[in-house]
Write a protein that binds this ligand. Sequence first.
Ligand code: GTP
Ligand code: SPV
Ligand code: MN
Length: 581
Amino acid sequence: MKPVERWVRQMEATLRPDRVVWCDGSQAENSRLVEGMLKDGTLHGLHPKRAPGSYLHRSHPSDVARTEHLTFIASRAREDAGPTNNWMSPQEASERVFPLFDGAMRGRTLYVVPYVMGPLGSPFSKLGVEITDSAYVVANMRIMTRMGQAALDQLGASEDFVPGLHSLGDLSPDRRFIVHFPEERTIWSVGSGYGGNALLGKKCFALRIASTLAREQGWMAEHMLILELELPGGEIHYVAAAFPSACGKTNLAMLVSPFEAQGYKVRTVGDDIAWLRPGPDGRLWAVNPEAGFFGVVPGTGPETNPNALATIARDTIFTNVAVTKDGVPWWEGKDKSPPADLVDWQGKAWDGTGKAAHPNSRFTVAARQCPSMSPRWEDPHGVPLSAIVFGGRRARIAPLVFESRDWVHGVFVGATMGSETTAAATGRVGVVRRDPMAMLPFCGYNMGDYFAHWLRMGRALARPPAVFHVNWFRTDEHGRFVWPGFGENLRVLLWMIERAKGKAAADETPIGLVPTESALNWDGLGLSAAERQLLLKVDRSEWASEVPEIRAFFDRFGDRLPAELDAGLGALERDLAKVAV
Ligand code: GTP
Ligand code: SPV
Ligand code: MN
């Protein structure tokens, strides 16, 4: 018996399903699943002309986002999970979590979902097998990964796969756990059918488990989009950017160039996860391990993200959006005014107050449907990066863009990132928290060791990418975003590329290199001089007020904090004091 068969047999004994189905990923299989889901109400059909091949799923109202407080790293030693992860001993997991799988699939079907993360045949791809009792999860995994027979073929009789055990359980948050065993490379998820909690190839494998593998093997698994930027004359650059959940990765990855006519083009390689490794040329190479997008729906409109809008015009699974009586999906930001006969995300007639679509409603769609995909998006060797960008959602403090002085300083900038929380995870929204490299909820091991790994990777790169920080979300005194964002973000990318090539002017500041006002192209944006200055301002007293907070964050890592970062904070503090009056 193949190792994967042995594991499935073992799990069957615990789960006791009525049926076991090995998924082949075929169109016929998908049609059967969809038919079943339409019958049992898991999916609702949508308008055959205005949303062809698309379906609506309404998740349980208590199951609409990742639940970080129920997400655990079960390493043997608590210190290996580190201070920023919830830790559970493997023993406790066996006693508290595993019993929830006992008989959990009685009366249900157990689906075996084999999948590949990364392009088929790429030397960097990895195999996973998810066991689930959710047909919705199967349908989503089919879009998000290379799922089915191709994965089984690639796996063969190998033991080298990440087993993931998933059951909806009773969907109660009281019996919901997402547990990762970095030493065994195993995932257990119970009690949620939503997104990153349940599609185990995504955050659980491609980030939490992969980050631990990557550290051992000398590569990196990051919460980053990857985009391709073509300059007039055909020169091509690749940029990866790490922004926390719901902070603009999908939008930046699908950016429509406002300067297309002048030869500036942007194409998409990935929108959420990047696996990075040093290439033989000393550069950092990036692969998108996913095959689809699980993107935030609200805010996706013709002005903001026309590429996403075109992508989701057909063959899309919508989760928790609003819908008209005749089945046209709708969400805040789709167009100017909501249609009259809307049903909200919970299936109730919408009275015009509150949100019609859930703020974390999502689309699941195949990447190949996106008109801006780069011809290299499935390149088995990935693409070489010219720049890495960190960014957060900051109403104040952080300027539109700045560059780090070198790789080590770039690691400091990533490690000290702050961002306001969003609806992508349960809990309060709009609270500033430290979210290093946008990996706070996704790093599978001690984040102090993760910082050290970033520093080590820099030493392995003869030609490291330049490192930047951006903030599209600075607001004025009326709470309005000052920077127009979306397509206009290209102007900031172009400054970065110029910098990476050793051109474009910048002012030295204590936090890094900020563009001089004339180095950025502001033409036609209609921003006042005061607004331009606000966007580029580095307020020393504001930054000084961040220092104690960063110190307190760093202190949590004790002696696992690399000395370079401690020194970086000392230097920042001294520089801020030097220029303060
Ligand atoms: P995850 O899928 O959760 O990882 O999110 P993401 O980082 O891909 O974020 P996404 O691009 O989906 O954007 C989240 C929200 O931010 C959407 O409502 C967007 O409309 C909004 N947004 C994205 N880019 C910009 C921007 O440049 N300016 C402004 N003001 N809003 C933006
Ligand atoms: C995120 O929250 O960063 C997402 C959505 O990309 S989920 O798959 O639910 O994690
Ligand atoms: Mn994400």
